[in-house]
Design a protein around this ligand. Sequence first.
Ligand SMILES: [Zn+2]
Length: 341
Amino acid sequence: MRFSKAAVAVRYSIYETLFAGKVSDEMKQGMIDFHCDVLAKLLTGEAAGFKGPVSAGLDVTWERLQQADALLQTFAVYIPEQLDYSVQNLLRAVDHFYQQVLTCPEIMFVRSTEELRACAQAGRTGAVLAIEGAESLQGDLALLRVLYQLGVRSLGLTWNHANWAADGIMEPRGGGLTGRGKELVRACNELGILIDVSHLSERSFWDTIELTGRPVIASHSNVRSVCSHPRNLTDDQIRAIIMQGGLIGLTYVPWFVKSEGSARASDLFSHIDYICKLGGADNIMFGSDFDGFGQHIAGLANPGDIPAFIDELEKRYGKELTHRWVQGNAFRFLAENLPEH
Ligand SMILES: [Zn+2]
């Protein structure tokens, strides 16, 4: 194994630093997951709630996060294509997060390093609020500042298509950031909103990398050299994220995991191995994209399957590396990149 136990201990001193010498026994042992689309299903009415029988239709539910001992889940505001990119829909999705998610017992809003620490110490499951696609911001940075006040801490500039800020990966012209898009990146940097590069066109990706003063995340993307899908990252993109100290959230969307045949959970190992080969063992996390797609990988259908997946990872890679990918890397990144208070 490449990393000695001593090296891992040094890397994880961030827990000790944050917790003033003692890691809480209460701290959840499960996953930090950096992308799900629960709020989109609540917005369209595909599910009526997040907890109890009304959560039928969701992959990620309160019960399953508890079952999985989840340390943190990011909830993205994604406005499905059948709805308008109106400010009203955007705020309705935020309202679902407040009304349905944050009201659940054990869930704690994480907007700062201080709240991250408190959440881990109290043994609760953190919830981070994100936006996937800047469409509904409609070029208005005042709205971005209001969303920051509402707790948004991560922003994907586009979904698959072009918008006022940038081109997405499925936009045939393959443009980069617009002038307003560049202002958006600078404003996120200043406010303390993380930039998510999943879904960006390659040119938008490189424009963002050049401009951003903070490390970026790709919340739900895999490795293109392993599975040739445009939503996956090229070697150069992976290297750039590693160079910046950013994060890559490996995702369970079957067609991003394996090009042909049915994907299995163990097919994610090839993506992990490839990123490690490029020097990115400290840059791997997970971003399931649960509730964002219909046909699941067998054994990776919802958070209830994650404990068994973690066991599989431990069998292959050992406890220290697995811990790093399951929560350590993302925890350290958030501790270093969220606003302090
Ligand atoms: Zn997505």
